[in-house]
Design a protein around this ligand. Structure first.
Ligand code: ATP
Length: 253
């Protein structure tokens, strides 16, 4: 069974068709990449997958079940998490608190429990704190737990944003341009990290940087002008004439 299927997705913005009848399927423990030249529709597709954009037609299927009107708030309940291009970290919260925010649905007694000071709330808070620290540690950034995001270099903030997505223990992770702003070395590390994540989850990766995509993806879907122009393994896609033509004149990284 696929972890995520996007099928027949069409999105129009006024007169512009950003996506037309686009489909892809992310298999278990796979990294599925979405690439394409500027304006191809990658971000729009990502936004459909995480519920920011409702498609005009087509549907989102999670583990064989159609999800009606997916919203970003539904993601944790569906075992999904995402990172965003704009990181979205809270400047006035510590790194640790930022990560804990990503998992609040895990704290069973929740807001009401905290309000009523139920004994469970304290235990949940501690468990959540431990888990957040563990994820930060896994990503090599636990030493920044008490810092505030604006004081940290961009690559560190990116890891914190990833930690926040991972702390909810998703089995499907949606990554939007995770390599933007990273050096070549940092990008290599990111590639290793994403590959390592496949032991626990599937990943949908929307990314500009061709070399990263080619290195980490099991399957790739290539978009151009809102349509799928190629699909296959990195080797198949790399040599596809339609892909080469679409990227002609593009600044390929
Ligand atoms: N909210 C919106 N309103 C109107 N048009 C939009 C909107 N979002 C995207 N578009 C248009 O839809 C098309 C696809 O855009 P999208 O951002 O999905 O492409 P992309 O492949 O992510 O591009 P890039 O690589 O430049 O980020 C573009 O022509 C874009 O101008």
């Amino acid at each position: 069974m696929t972890e995520l299927e996007l099928s027949g997705i069409t999105v129009r913005f006024g007169g512009l068709t950003a996506l037309q009848d686009v489909g892809l399927a992310v298999g278990p423990h796979q990294v599925h990449g979405v690439i394409g030249p500027n304006g191809a529709g990658k971000t729009t597709l990502f936004n459909v997958a995480c519920g920011f954009v409702q498609p005009d037609s087509g549907h989102v299927v999670r583990r064989g079940e159609r999800v009606e009107r997916l919203r970003p708030r539904d993601l944790p309940g569906l075992g999904m998490a995402r990172t965003l291009q704009g990181l979205g970290l809270f400047d006035r919260m510590t790194v640790l608190d930022n990560v804990m925010v990503g998992a609040d649905h895990h704290a069973r007694s929740g807001f009401l429990g905290s309000l009523l000071a139920l004994p469970r709330a304290g235990a949940d808070e501690r468990a959540l704190r431990d888990r957040a620290l563990r994820v930060l540690d896994d990503l090599g950034v636990a030493s920044y737990a008490d810092r505030f995001p604006p004081s940290l270099p961009y690559p560190i903030r990116k890891r914190v944003a990833l930690a926040r997505a991972l702390v909810s223990e998703p089995d499907l992770l949606l990554l939007d341009e995770p390599a933007s702003g990273l050096s070549a070395g940092e990008m290599d590390e990111l590639g290793d990290l994403v590959r390592a994540l496949t032991a626990r989850m599937s990943v949908l990766l929307v990314e500009h940087h061709m070399d990263l995509v080619m290195r980490v993806c099991d399957e790739i879907t290539v978009l151009d002008f809102g349509k799928v122009i190629a699909h296959g393994t990195p080797d198949e896609v790399r040599n596809d004439p339609a892909v080469l033509a679409a990227y002609l004149g593009e600044d390929v990284h």
